[in-house]
Design a binder for this molecule. Structure first.
Ligand code: F6P
Length: 562
């Protein structure tokens, strides 16, 4: 185990924040009225993002104290350790270098990033070039299936970080997808997933990408085998596959490629290693959309679009690495989350994109944030000293407004929320004379306003409301929100947004002293599933070994299944 993290709760900044919290009465109405510069004071820019923190429950003193907390827990040193490849993932003894995936190749004569004897820049750019070459072949039709037809559908088979990033980004960047190409995503081991996603596909024009960092994930390998069987059966059904092992091997070679850090296992599956794209153990699954795991996206939007996406990440990395904490958006947002969780008692955090294309962004963030910071011990194995890992959740607006916003507005819990929107619509439609995107964003602005400023009993009465229902119609206000605006949902902006949340997550992990890059919490369930599987399949001894509840559940399932 490495040296103990600095315990944030023992710092003077933490003590001062505690005192500041007990002295502070939240009053967004009063604070805005007293300070016409408040919005400007708390608004920052990072890359193309305009980030307004002013509707949070903070004063200048709060921010000054949080900035001091960052200093006292050594944020700058940890940041440097991450960017330079120290093994800050201590429980797996690994560097954490997703930021290297998007670094431009240094100019001739400039120093390369070398970590553990590996020229990271060289290796990353070699894979980036191979990815671009393959993506171009698929897009141009040079790459064909066994019957000589070009690829029309790419099916990415992966789960967790090998699914959520690519599917989120593919949906977000749908307007950039090449005509005639579609990407589908199979993740769940529920056989419904692979059955539905392949049901209407033509095997001759389908390319599968098996995306798995470890190439050992039960769900992904099971789905890959199901897909391979589907390919063979449906090609044979179309009279396009001879009944020989060689023909089947050729079909796999033309219709399956892989992305993994375990290239030996890829070969065992029957995928030609020449069609496998590698990455490295220093890329966490949930930080891997910008690695070769993004192959499906690179095919869909093209290598240039993918490079722009990576460029967006790099812009945010540079901002995070170089901006002073007082202007550093990921640092400030991470510290603000600490304030909300550890001082204001927030247990969850809503992410509300006003962009239908960011439909999967909250799900993506759930893995990024909760698999990273859902920990009860610190990186030296000692217990955490405060709450960690708030629950992230959300849905695109305005749909959420008609579902769960009631609780955010008038419930008993404090739910900080990030509102995200883009000035340029992907589809600029008008309803008569009304620009619908403008109407859409009016909802964003109205919601953040209502959450901040609420509605007093007198204001409700002034509307002529019957006294008996005045209390039900009062809005307390002082519900914290952060507003993020960007010009348009381009590949570069999406990269900036993802990197922003990666670094927010990192900052929180540093303050809590935890290893944000391991995920031991998912291992037990994986192991137990394998142990329980024989009992489900009918092994009496395995069934007898189960606890009474699990045994009864399995027996009930077996009886219902018939
Ligand atoms: O579920 C845990 C996890 O290990 C994630 O961290 C990871 O993204 C996912 O499984 C998939 O793993 P792999 O890419 O190795 O198949």
């Amino acid at each position: 185990m490495s040296t103990a993290p600095i315990d944030a709760t023992t710092t003077t900044a933490w003590a001062d924040l505690t005192a500041h919290h007990s002295d502070l009465t939240s009053d967004l109405r009063g604070w805005f009225a007293a300070d016409p510069q408040r919005a400007e004071r708390f608004t920052h820019r990072a890359g193309d993002l305009y980030v307004d923190l002013s509707k949070n429950l903070i004063t200048e003193e709060t921010v000054a104290l949080l900035t001091r907390l960052a200093d006292e827990v050594g944020l700058a040193g940890r940041l440097d350790a991450m960017f330079t490849g120290e093994h800050i993932n201590v429980t797996e003894d690994r560097a954490v270098l997703h930021t290297a995936l998007r670094r431009p190749l240094p100019e001739d004569g400039d120093a390369h990033l070398v970590v553990d004897g590996q020229d990271v820049d060289e290796d990353v750019h070699e894979v980036r070039a191979a990815l671009a070459e393959f993506a171009d072949k698929v897009r141009s039709g040079e790459w064909t299936g066994v019957t000589g037809k070009r690829v029309e559908t790419v099916v990415n088979i992966g789960i967790g970080g090998s699914d959520l990033g690519p599917v989120m980004a593919y949906e977000a960047l749908e307007p950039y997808v090449q005509d005639g190409l579609e990407v589908r995503f199979v993740s769940n081991i529920d056989p419904t997933d692979v059955a539905q996603k392949t049901a209407d596909l033509d095997p001759e024009t389908t390319l599968f990408i098996v995306a798995s960092k470890t190439f050992g994930t039960l769900e992904t390998l099971t789905n890959a085998r199901l897909a391979r069987e589907w390919l063979w059966t449906s090609l044979a059904g179309a009279g396009a596959l001879a009944d020989t092992d060689d023909a089947r091997r050729d079909a796999v070679a033309k219709h399956f490629v892989a992305v993994s850090t375990a290239l030996d296992k890829v070969a065992d599956f029957g995928i030609d290693p020449a069609n496998a794209f590698g990455f490295w153990d220093w890329v966490g699954g949930r930080y891997s959309v910008d690695s070769a795991i993004g192959l499906s996206l690179a095919i869909a939007i093209g290598p240039d679009g993918f490079e722009e996406f990576l460029g967006g990440f790099h812009t945010m990395d540079e901002h995070f690495r170089t901006a002073p904490i007082s202007e550093n958006v990921p640092a400030l947002m991470g510290l603000l989350n600490i304030w909300n969780v550890n001082f204001l008692g927030a247990e969850t955090h809503a992410v509300l994109p006003y962009a239908q294309q960011l439909n999967r962004f909250p799900a993506y963030l759930q893995q990024l944030t909760m698999e990273s910071n859902g920990k009860s011990v610190r990186w030296d194995g000692s217990p955490v000293t405060s709450q960690t890992g708030e629950v992230f959740w959300g849905e695109p607006g305005t749909n959420g407004q008609h579902a769960f916003y009631q609780l955010i507005h008038q419930g008993t819990r404090l739910i900080p929320a990030d509102f995200i929107a883009f000035a340029q619509p992907a589809y600029p439609l008008a309803d008569g004379d009304t620009d619908v995107h403008g109407l859409f964003l009016a909802n964003f602005f109205a919601q953040t306003k209502a959450l901040a400023f609420g509605k007093t009993a007198d204001e409700v009465r002034a509307e002529g409301t019957d006294e008996s229902i005045v209390p039900a119609r009062v809005f307390s206000g002082n519900r914290p929100t952060t507003s993020i605006l960007a010009p348009a949902l381009t590949p570069a902006v999406l990269g900036q947004l993802v990197a922003l949340y990666e670094h927010i997550t990192f900052v929180q992990g540093v303050v809590w002293g935890i290893d944000s890059f391991d995920q031991w919490g998912v291992e037990l369930g994986k192991k137990l599933a394998l142990e329980v599987a024989p009992a489900v399949a009918g092994d009496a001894e395995a069934l007898a070994a189960q606890d009474s509840s699990t045994k009864a559940l399995i027996e009930t399932y077996q009886a219902l299944r018939g």
